[in-house]
Design a protein around this ligand. Structure first.
Ligand SMILES: NC(=O)c1ccc[n+]([C@@H]2O[C@H](COP(=O)([O-])OP(=O)(O)OC[C@H]3O[C@@H](n4cnc5c(N)ncnc54)[C@H](OP(=O)(O)O)[C@@H]3O)[C@@H](O)[C@H]2O)c1
Length: 251
């Protein structure tokens, strides 16, 4: 039912975790997929191989998402290869423990640079193409932390809260150009980012707070992301889609 035939989608952090699952599923739905990575070319190559073996089309693009210059150059490569950009999923991110009394300026700056500025650079680079095309679709990946806060992770939570208000602001601003802007806010999902924290949680306090009684799988995020990317959601913009097993119940 989700048909992305001939759509061009760029997924930042498409090499691992939620981004990887989204890339593979988007290709299965017919999209031409630009898989972005930062450091782990091997991981990006695995995703490309999986997509191509299934008959899909994929391109690997590298950029430090915190670098305005590198992100703009990345968008140029996507346009050179595919001629357009229909969907961007702002998924690359980092999550570092940072108790406020210990929070270093470096961790604070790095988190804001990657989680917030990175999304801005991708959006600023993609929107002129989308305006020219008279259509586009932007999906920002926030977090439950952006809604309820997260102790010992204030820098992360504050960037994710900012993505939620960025989503709402741009949804209204870009609607006249037929560009939709939405957000997916995941709860706990088993990926490289969360693996250690989930493994260390021997008392089960993570799962205890999830009504569905388990953490999510990356594919369970890919589906909702691609719903927003598809024509099944053409009247949805400015929305925060919570995908968290019921952990944060907000409308
Ligand atoms: N997992 C969870 O429980 C959870 C919960 C809520 C929200 N989220 C959000 O969901 C998104 C994906 O999370 P995940 O768990 O799938 O993460 P992950 O497994 O750690 O993967 C992170 C991805 O982001 C890329 N990346 C990180 N920093 C980068 C940088 N400076 N430049 C370029 N690429 C960079 C990585 O590429 P390289 O490996 O090449 O560096 C990788 O592809 C994030 O925004 C995260 O905050 C996750």
């Amino acid at each position: 039912m989700i048909d992305l035939t001939d759509k061009v989608i760029l997924i930042t952090g498409g090499s691992r975790g939620i981004g990887r699952a989204t890339a593979v599923m988007a290709a299965r739905a017919g999209a031409k997929v630009a898989i972005h990575y930062g450091k782990r070319l091997d991981a990006a190559e695995e995703v490309r191989a999986e997509i191509e073996q299934a008959g899909g089309t994929a391109l690997i693009v590298r950029a430090d998402i915190a670098s305005r210059e590198e992100v703009f150059a990345m968008l140029d490569r996507v346009i050179d290869a595919f001629g357009r950009i229909d969907i961007v999923v702002n998924n690359a991110g980092i999550w570092k423990k940072d108790p406020i009394d210990n929070l270093s300026d470096d961790v604070l700056a790095e988190t804001i640079d990657i989680n917030l500025y990175g999304c801005y650079w991708v959006i600023k680079a993609a929107v002129p193409h989308m305006v020219r095309q008279k259509s586009g679709n932007i999906i920002n990946i926030a977090s439950t932390a952006g809604q309820r806060g997260e102790a010992f992770h204030s820098s992360y939570a504050s960037t994710k809260g900012a993505l939620i208000s960025l989503t709402k602001s741009l949804a209204a601003e870009l609607a006249p150009h037929n560009i939709r802007v939405n957000c997916v806010a995941p709860g706990w999902v088993l990926t490289d980012m969360s693996r250690d924290a989930i493994a260390e949680d021997s008392r089960g306090s993570i799962v205890d707070k999830i009504p569905l009684g388990r953490v999510g799988r990356p594919e369970e995020l890919a589906g909702p992301i691609l719903f927003l990317a598809s024509d099944l959601s053409t009247f949805v913009t400015g929305e925060i889609l919570n995908v968290n097993g019921g952990a944060v119940l907000c409308g």
